[in-house]
Write a protein that binds this ligand. Structure first.
Ligand SMILES: [Zn+2]
Length: 171
């Protein structure tokens, strides 16, 4: 799981943190064994680029729309970042740089903490809300009953949102 770096020693070079996938409230989650400082690059979200012809047919919960023209499928083993769960009060955030997806620390994170970021409303409404969010935040995001008119937006079977993420077996 070597991630190529954008620039050695630069802001977007993932730190050498020990990250472990472990059971969490929402199935598996990714935990850091090391403290991480606010602004640090934690890890890159990686995966093969999905050819445009497959955008509407591929079925993966890990699709990540990097740009309007580029979607990657993070369902590969090498993509450790796929274990990071959604949180309504996340400690990480997504930063897209040069068509690559980086997960940055939004605040200082202590050793042992579970990593999380906000998957955005589109993913939340489709995959998280039906089961209920298990992130543990006092207040969950997107809970305003916003009526989504499915016909309005061309939503395909895939998670074309800006969100990757899993959550399949979460119960
Ligand atoms: Zn939540």
């Amino acid at each position: 799981m070597k991630t190529e770096t954008i620039k050695k020693g630069g802001k977007y070079e993932p730190g050498n943190f020990t990250l472990k996938a472990k059971r969490s409230s929402a199935g598996l989650g990714l935990y850091t064994m090391d403290p991480i400082k606010k602004g640090d690059c934690v890890i890159e979200y990686v995966g093969p680029v999905v050819p445009k012809e497959e955008w509407d047919t591929i079925n993966s919960l890990y699709l990540f729309e990097v740009t309007k023209k580029k979607t990657i499928n993070g369902a590969v083993r090498s993509n450790t970042a796929r274990y990071i769960n959604h949180s309504c009060k996340p400690n990480c955030e997504i930063d897209i740089r040069k068509e690559r997806v980086f997960i940055m620390a939004k605040r200082n994170i202590k050793a042992g903490e579970e990593l999380s970021y906000d998957y955005d409303r589109e993913y939340f409404d489709e995959y998280i809300k039906p089961k209920g969010c298990k992130c543990g935040a006092e207040k969950h995001l997107y809970n305003t009953p916003k009526k989504v008119t499915p016909a309005k937006k061309k939503v395909t079977k895939t998670t074309k949102g800006k969100k990757p993420k899993t959550k399949k077996g979460a119960r």
